[in-house]
Design a binder for this molecule. Structure first.
Ligand code: FAD
Length: 445
């Protein structure tokens, strides 16, 4: 039974961040005192001379900018931070980044996350490659190139980066930026309620199951889009040979595997299992045309899409795609599993050793109790990510109808579903909080 830890009083912090992924973790670093300043960059000045001229007399931290006024003047702050960090697509040298970070006093904050820092990348397939160059996944205060220099790592920042390397980079951040004492890992927030001091949070330790309580004035909700993994809701889904997380081929003994999905994660699993000599049955609800459009559009830029295109074109019977199909049931037979699939209206039985279900997840907003209802907007990207974003103010990610509640990462309205689009919100969220606290006054050059 859940037991509230009564030996500790309710712990109060000025800011609590829920979720330590690529959205929440950098906000912790900036609240921890790592504040951005403009610095001259030849490439930034050459490409954006008006912005460079505007910012060069500004000696204060950029967290003091009046973002609403900037936005009204045609400089959306998210675009500004994006350009300062990535003034060109290719990384050549550290001095191209028109930002420097100076260590100032931290504000009182706590980051609570139910895994290690690094978010869903902790559980991504071991060999998964990103959609974009490694440097697009980095935080501006710790460029990958700097990490490579400091740690003598062998990586090329303009190439796609694989999960193993990316998660190592994220795991370095708390120690490198002195955040360790402000981060609770393996702790899950289970309830969020209004409180006279702002927000009241209840959490459960993932290991010991001990319950804790916190209050805070500002809450940053950065839990990502995979809090609740989708289910097929068919009989047999909980059998031991059925998994909803693909890791690597070595985790699967036997030869015959059904992969259920149709998005990027399922494509990766099906391809890698096939290349490991498994017999793959790839079951998708979508049509061939819809699946093929994404593969064909991506095959020239991304090696893993080139590979799945090649496999499908080979028509090798060891890789069978079942479109317009859905699983009806999964059964445990004496020698193996049996999967019943409705394939275009016809029933098909497949003997299997394993079933891998990769059908995505959803953000969990059910933790909020006693607040005005959050207003949602649905958002998709071309790689089939899908998120219910919350209506937020454009220049701060503050929820429109709940003051001092900020949505981190993709959960904020209108953000594109790639990390490079969410990173600039680190500064707009942190700046809004620091300005409300009177640490910086809103002031433009
Ligand atoms: C398979 C896959 C591949 C992807 N590849 C790319 C890519 O190549 N490039 C790209 O830009 N984006 C990619 N994405 C998008 C991806 O969402 C981002 O890379 C990024 O991880 C999102 O960051 P986040 O911090 O918003 O969420 P997450 O990474 O999901 O982190 C949120 C963290 O909060 C934790 N959490 C959730 N609920 C609670 C709770 N109640 N209490 C405490 N902690 C909680 C979660 O467990 C998680 O650790 C990919 C996504 C997937 C699924």
């Amino acid at each position: 039974m859940d037991q509230i830890n009564k030996t500790h009083k309710i712990e109060h912090h000025t800011v609590i961040i829920v979720g330590g992924g690529p959205a929440g973790l950098p906000i912790a670093a900036v609240l921890g005192g790592w504040h951005p300043y403009y610095r001259e960059s030849a490439i930034f000045s050459q490409r954006y001379p008006e912005l460079a001229a505007y910012l060069s007399p500004y000696r204060s931290t950029l967290l003091g900018l009046d973002f609403a006024k900037l936005g009204d003047n045609g400089i959306p702050p998210i675009d500004l931070f994006h350009l300062l960090h990535h003034p060109r697509r290719i990384f050549q040298e550290l001095s191209q980044i028109a930002l420097e970070f100076r260590q100032e006093d931290p504000i009182d904050y706590l980051l609570i996350t139910q895994e290690e820092v690094g978010g869903l990348w902790n559980n991504a397939p071991e060999n998964l490659l990103t959609l974009s160059p490694g440097q697009w996944m980095e935080f501006a205060f710790f460029p990958l190139a700097q990490y490579i220099q400091e740690q003598s790592v062998n990586l090329s920042v303009n190439d796609l980066i694989c999960k193993r390397d990316l998660i190592r980079y994220y795991h370095q951040i708390p120690g490198r930026f002195d955040l360790v004492n402000h981060i609770h890992t393996h702790e899950k927030i289970v309830r969020i309620e209004p409180h006279e001091r702002g927000f009241h949070l209840t959490s459960r330790d993932v290991g010991t199951q001990t319950m804790h309580q916190y209050t805070c004035k500002y809450l940053v909700y950065a839990v990502g889009q995979r809090c609740i993994l989708r289910k097929l809701d068919v009989p047999g889904e909980d059998l031991p040979f059925v998994v909803n997380r693909y890791d690597r081929p070595e985790s699967f003994d036997g030869d015959r595997i059904v992969v259920v999905g149709g998005g990027r994660s399922a494509d990766w699993a099906a391809t890698e299992l096939y290349d490991a000599q498994k017999e793959v049955y790839y079951v998708m609800r979508q049509s061939f045309e819809r699946h093929w459009r994404l593969i064909n559009d991506s095959r020239d830029g991304l090696p893993y899409y080139a590979r799945i295109a090649e496999i499908i074109e080979s028509r090798d019977p060891r890789f069978q795609t079942l479109y317009n199909s859905h699983i009806q049931k999964i059964e445990d037979k004496p020698k193996n599993g049996l999967v019943t699939v409705n394939n275009n209206g016809h029933q098909k039985l497949i003997d299997v050793d394993h079933v891998v279900i990769e059908i995505g997840g959803t953000a969990d907003y059910s933790l909020f109790n006693g607040f005005p209802a959050l207003r949602f907007k649905e958002k998709y990207d071309s790689y089939r990510f899908q998120v219910h974003q919350v209506e937020t103010k454009p220049y701060s990610s503050e929820v429109t109808n709940i003051p001092n509640l900020y949505m981190g990462g993709y959960l904020a309205e209108g953000l594109g579903l790639v990390v490079i689009a969410m990173h600039p919100t680190t500064y707009t969220i942190a700046a809004d909080i620091l300005q409300k606290e009177g640490i910086y006054n809103r002031q433009n050059p």
